[in-house]
Design a protein around this ligand. Structure first.
Ligand code: KIV
Ligand code: ZN
Length: 505
């Protein structure tokens, strides 16, 4: 049985999803769970893109010992230097160099001839080889590139030191048989391909990312690039959970060894949803709410008699189990610490203490706390670290035939800013209006969703907000017992992300 390497790019391509921006510490928590799941490579960011990206790659490279960590670099010295600066103290660093190779990208985007691109790619790989032997080279838009051009280029970049040759279907244009043939052609026509691994990186614009990746594996690729929940540019990347579970469930067909701990999948999916604010659809394969739900009577009857009549996977395989663990107001620090470890979060002592205080407050309001509620507390604490505006006070007045009003106090740079505003549209709109007035920002609400995260009247309400500020999209989410507070915090998170990326902190 051969082994497929899983290269996870949730923290790089996944983070390029519109509105998603993760803080270094949030990324580190995801990386730790990816390490536990036993992926082979974690792409932690694009170090030259921003100081936050640099810091995340540095942090993850330094902390994660059992998995290779990589950072992306365009094919130029500055990008490669920056990537290496972030990676250099890691145990297993890899530099990932890329350049576009399709006629359309070379002509319009790079405005370079094929010869110039060829030369630049080879020089960049040679330059990276001064730092490490572990180099991956990607031919961006490979699926729309001339195969003959790719063959000759790959031969030279392998001679220059590339150990992994990545074939991206950057715009999700390929179809499975065609993509498989491209990989086969590379195996047959690149004379020194035995010195490199073939990797694939597929986008999901036609909903074919997973199918294309599987076809590539059958034609000689041995590394597949994936993102949790399939997040990524536009329609996203090949979904990690779908690839792993396809290989696992259809071992009989694929004959590839699966060495990943599949029981981490459900937790990882939840963590990524919570930290990115990107909700997944209920019918999403493997990790959607309905993935193991049966509605039709005939199906329910079949499953009761024999689960495998309608279930090809056991929910426990991905780590979905009845969670017997619940915490209450009598639970102490020790129990909370164990509970948090079970959720796979690794927190600083300072963060833990703050969460403990909030936990005690919440446990006073609610009898029993579920894991998902503890996770909500963790997330809001992790997000706090880089907050520029802090919510200090909120009061809302609303009712039938009343003009809804909201009064808020926000703290910024140790100063408290207070304002009241009204709105004819309702209490949530009044809150958002007040935040707009205090911050002086032109924030446009794009979407607003709310759902109860557990059952019962005392459930936490979780609000997901998408806003646009200065033409850029931001996502925010917050779960609280009071939905007006959750709304204010979710909206404010989009403001804080905007300030953070504008460089205010
Ligand atoms: O989609 C793509 O081509 C990429 C490369 C940078 C690998 O993300
Ligand atoms: Zn990509």
């Amino acid at each position: 049985m051969s082994r497929v390497k899983i290269f996870d790019t949730t923290l790089r391509d996944g983070e390029q999803s519109p509105g998603v921006s993760l803080l270094p510490e949030e990324k580190l928590n995801i990386a730790r769970l990816l390490e536990k799941l036993n992926v082979d490579v974690i792409e932690a960011g694009f170090p030259i893109a921003s100081p936050g990206d640099f810091e995340a790659v540095r942090l993850i490279a330094n902390e994660i010992k059992d998995v290779e960590v990589t950072g992306l670099a365009r094919a130029n010295k500055k990008d490669i230097d920056r990537a290496w600066d972030a990676l250099r103290n890691g145990t297993n660093p890899r530099i990932h160099v890329f350049i576009a190779t399709s006629p359309i990208h070379m002509k319009y985007k790079l405005q370079k001839s094929a010869g110039e691109v060829h030369k630049q790619a080879v020089e960049a790989v040679k330059y990276a080889a001064n730092y490490t032997k572990n180099i991956e080279f990607s031919a961006e838009d490979a699926s729309r590139s001339e195969p003959e051009f790719l063959y000759r280029l790959f031969e030279e970049v392998i001679d220059a030191g590339a150990r992994v040759i990545n074939i991206p279907d950057t715009v999700g244009y390929a179809v499975p048989h065609e993509f498989g043939n491209l990989i086969k052609g590379i195996k047959e026509n690149v004379s020194n391909i035995d010195r490199a691994e073939i990797s694939v990186h597929c986008h999901n614009d036609l909903g074919l990312a997973v199918a294309n990746s599987l076809e590539a594996l059958e034609n000689g690729a041995s590394q597949v690039e994936v993102a949790v929940n399939g997040i990524g540019e536009r329609a996203g990347n090949t979904a990690l959970e779908e690839i792993i579970m396809a290989l696992y469930t259809r071992k009989d067909y694929f004959d590839f060894e699966v060495v990943q701990d599949t029981t981490c999948i459900a937790r990882l999916s939840k963590m990524v949803t919570n930290l990115t604010g990107m909700l997944i659809q209920s019918n999403k394969a493997i990790v959607g709410d309905n993935a193991f739900a049966h509605e039709a009577g005939i199906h329910q009857d079949g499953v009761i008699k024999e689960r495998t009549t309608y279930e090809i996977m056991d929910a426990r395989t991905i780590g979905l189990k009845e969670n017997k663990l619940v915490l209450g107001k009598h639970s102490g620090r020790h129990a909370l610490r164990d509970f948090i470890a079970e959720l796979n979060y690794d927190l600083s002592e300072e963060n833990f203490e703050k969460i403990f205080v909030k936990f005690k407050k919440l446990a006073d309001k609610k009898k029993k706390l579920q894991p998902i509620e503890i996770e909500a507390l963790i997330n809001s604490q992790l997000k706090k670290k880089n907050n520029i505006y802090e919510l200090k006070y909120l009061s809302v007045n609303t009712g039938i035939d009343l003009l809804p009003t909201a009064t808020l106090k926000l703290e910024k740079d140790n100063k408290v800013l207070e304002k009241a505003a009204c709105s004819g549209d309702g209490p949530i709109d009044a809150i958002f209006q007040t935040i707009n007035e205090i911050t002086g920002l032109d924030i446009k609400l794009q979407s607003y969703r709310i759902n109860a995260i557990t059952e019962g009247r005392d459930a936490l309400g979780e609000v997901y907000v998408k806003s646009s500020i200065d033409g850029k999209i931001y996502l925010g989410n917050s779960a609280q017992t009071d939905i007006t507070e959750a709304s204010a915090r979710a909206y404010l998170e989009t403001v804080n992300k905007h300030m953070y990326y504008k460089g205010e902190r």
